[in-house]
Ligand binder design. Structure first.
Ligand SMILES: Nc1ncnc2c1ncn2[C@@H]1O[C@H](COP(=O)(O)OP(=O)(O)OP(=O)(O)O)[C@@H](O)[C@H]1O
Ligand SMILES: [Mg+2]
Length: 244
């Protein structure tokens, strides 16, 4: 998907959260970001998503450089993406179907009836048709996350962004959602994934970056980074998280 980051710096209230982050992931279909809590993964993903503006540096996604200079340009950038966050990103007062239809209608300009049809097809594709009329509180965590994935896919994004899509789920629901994400990879979907599920990261990742203290300490092909990390920091992180 040609994701390239160059010199990205981000400061919140005087605290540097990302410091000169650069990486060229080439044509990797699936890019995975791993690293300790607070390292800056979500912030970086939000910048790629055009939800946060870097203080310095640039993001290129799919050839073009993201233009952070105006809200209108950022909206155009966001329309190319499907985003799935950790949890609770469905509107609680809307049904599953309405949740999926909403961005189709409001962001992508589909007429209401067409939006509902596309939304229903997307729910069916993820085996959620029977839950279309339910509100999030009536769905399991795994089902809610699959509705969120159905919503992200329904808009036919060029790239999907996942931020710890399973961290709020129990093991069985985690498996259900990871299996869904794996089918997306098998279909050739391109995505950037932040995850603490290391086995999964290794399996689906084409390129992996290890982020700690606001820097990319190491990045490379998944097999290399997981198989023989070059940096002590990454090696220690992996040995710690893979123990459990
Ligand atoms: N909007 C914000 N305002 C102030 N500080 C922020 C904001 N967003 C993030 N931070 C800080 O930036 C740092 C990096 O946060 P970030 O959420 O990117 O980390 P992370 O790698 O995603 O961590 P985790 O694995 O726990 O999700 C943290 O210290 C966090 O407190
Ligand atoms: Mg995070």
């Amino acid at each position: 998907m040609r994701l390239k980051l160059a010199g990205i710096t981000k400061t919140f209230a005087g605290r540097t959260v990302l410091s000169d982050v650069s990486a060229d992931f080439g044509n990797a279909g699936v890019v995975v970001l791993i690293g300790p809590s607070g390292g800056g993964k979500s912030t970086l993903l939000r910048i790629v998503a055009g939800l946060e503006t870097p203080d310095a540096g640039s993001v290129s996604l799919g050839g073009g450089e993201v233009d952070f200079s105006s809200e209108e340009r950022l909206r155009a950038h966001r329309r190319r993406l499907g985003v799935v966050f950790q949890a609770f990103n469905l509107f609680p007062h809307l049904t599953a179907l309405e949740n999926v239809a909403l961005p189709l209608e409001k962001v992508h300009g589909h007429p209401p009836q067409a939006a509902r049809e596309v939304a229903m097809a997307s729910l069916e594709r993820f085996r959620l048709a029977e839950h279309a009329g339910k509100k999030p509180a009536e769905l399991s965590g795994g089902q809610q996350q699959r509705v969120a994935i159905a919503r992200a896919i329904a808009v036919q994004p060029e790239v999907l962004l996942f931020d710890e899509p399973t961290s709020a789920l129990d093991p069985e629901m985690t498996a259900e959602v990871l299996e869904t994400i794996e089918t997306l990879k098998a279909e050739g979907r391109r995505f950037v994934l932040v995850t603490h599920a290391m086995g999964f990261a290794r399996r689906v990742g084409d390129a992996v970056a290890f982020l700690a203290d606001g820097r990319i300490v190491e990045s490379g092909p998944a097999a290399e980074l997981f198989g023989s990390p070059r940096s002590r920091e990454c090696a220690e992180f992996l040995s710690r998280v893979l123990r459990y």
